[in-house]
Design a protein around this ligand. Structure first.
Ligand SMILES: *Cc1c(COP(=O)(O)O)cnc(C)c1O
Length: 383
């Protein structure tokens, strides 16, 4: 099976991990700040906080922004469930904003309309989580302007988008947001096995996220309620979690980060090949929005809803590991049980019935791509 995504692990990566295994620290050692500096430097942010997953990073990002019971978090339905679940973890109410059917990203027009109603009804969100779907940045300048006007905070879920850029600046520089979160799961662009990083330019948010990542415990005397009783002394000043990344993971991440530009360039070249080779087929190809470049985590096409299952099965049978990104989050049984019903976000729901993710990763060969293209062409003609 040609997988839709796959990690690329080199001998250098393996050596970096082995070096940590032979060192004094498997966790809470020097590899973590080194990885954090590498991520912050690559995206032009001031602070980075590494965690054991992007899900954990989203959770502590929400907490650091003060999201809690009685508050609202809005995100897109076309995302991985974690973009919404982080709001629920904090006791907040989650709602969604419909997508732009061309870019698959949260629609700024729908956001503006929904904010106008919410202001009237007194139901404005405290936090909005734009997701850079497939690696293509959302229209952040416009979302940020709405944030200024309606008073919400912004967490960019850039799990797909490390290495992408918006208006010639890297995603993650937080020019238009409070915090940006990256995922380092093996299907993503760069991996640590499992892992996440939250970046920000705000010292207080960074310190709060670092605190929440490790039990709410501090060794910083300035943050304690009274002077330390001795060199052994620490205080728990908030209810935190164990969301720490290990040094083993961080060493893999630092080694992988040195190839970020190479990975994104390779993905971009493959995506361009797909654009060219699929142009004549009766399928909707992903649209490239202006003033930005995608990290190309995913290449998602759309076929007619009535054909999708047939096309999907035909491709899987031919050894092509297609996938679907995503079933809209509000239609998941957990969210249905919270009161969401079909019909609420029609663009997202149409996407959910038509989308097919084609294989795209740095190890995809020309021969693999020939198989994917030929199989899709045959499937849509037969379907
Ligand atoms: C993968 C992903 C996450 C969660 O990342 P983990 O590191 O697996 O927790 C969150 N949001 C989006 C959009 C993702 O694709």
């Amino acid at each position: 099976m040609i997988p839709y995504g796959r990690q690329d692990v080199t001998d250098d990566d393996i050596d970096a991990v082995v070096e940590v295994l032979r060192s004094d620290f498997l966790t809470q050692g020097p590899a973590i700040p080194r990885f954090e500096r590498a991520v912050a430097a690559s995206c032009g942010a001031v602070y980075a906080v590494a965690t054991n997953s992007a899900t954990s990073a989203l959770h502590i990002a929400c907490l650091a922004l003060g999201l809690g019971p009685g508050d609202r978090l809005w995100t897109t339905p076309i995302t991985f469930v974690a973009s919404a679940n982080c709001g629920i973890y904090c006791g907040a109410q989650v709602d969604f904003v419909d997508i732009d059917p061309q870019t698959y990203n949260l629609s700024v027009e729908h956001l503006a309309t929904k904010l106008e109603s919410a202001e009237f009804l007194g139901t404005l969100p405290k936090v909005v989580v734009p997701v850079h779907m497939c690696g293509q940045p959302c229209d952040m300048e416009a979302i940020h302007a709405l944030g200024q006007r309606y008073g919400f905070r912004i967490i960019e879920d850039a799990s797909h988008a490390i290495g992408a850029s918006y208006k010639d600046e890297p995603v993650g520089n937080c020019r238009y947001s409070d915090i940006t979160v990256f995922s380092f799961h093996p299907v993503k662009i760069v991996t640590t096995g499992e892992g996440g990083v939250a970046v920000t330019n705000d010292a207080k948010l960074a310190a709060d996220m670092a605190l929440l990542r490790s039990h709410g415990i501090t060794r910083d005397a300035a943050r304690m309620t009274h002077a330390p009783e001795g060199p052994w002394y620490y205080q728990q000043i908030a209810l935190g979690y164990n969301y720490r990344m290990t040094d083993i993971q961080a060493a893999l991440g630092s080694s992988q980060m040195s190839r970020l530009a190479e990975y994104v360039a390779r993905r971009e070249a493959l995506a361009l090949q797909y654009d060219i080779r699929l142009a004549q087929l009766p399928v909707q190809l992903p649209k490239r929005a202006g003033n930005r470049s995608s990290a190309w985590h995913l290449y998602v096409v759309r076929v007619s809803a009535s054909e999708r299952l047939t096309v999907f099965n035909a491709m899987r049978s031919a050894g092509v590991g297609v996938n679907v990104h995503y079933t809209p989050v509000h239609l998941q049984p957990y969210y249905r049980q919270l009161g969401f019903a079909p019909g609420r976000f029609p663009n997202a729901e149409a996407h959910g019935t038509e989308a097919i993710t084609l294989p795209l990763h740095p190890g995809l060969s020309t021969a693999d791509m020939d198989v994917v293209v030929a199989t899709l062409a045959q499937a849509v003609k037969a379907g």
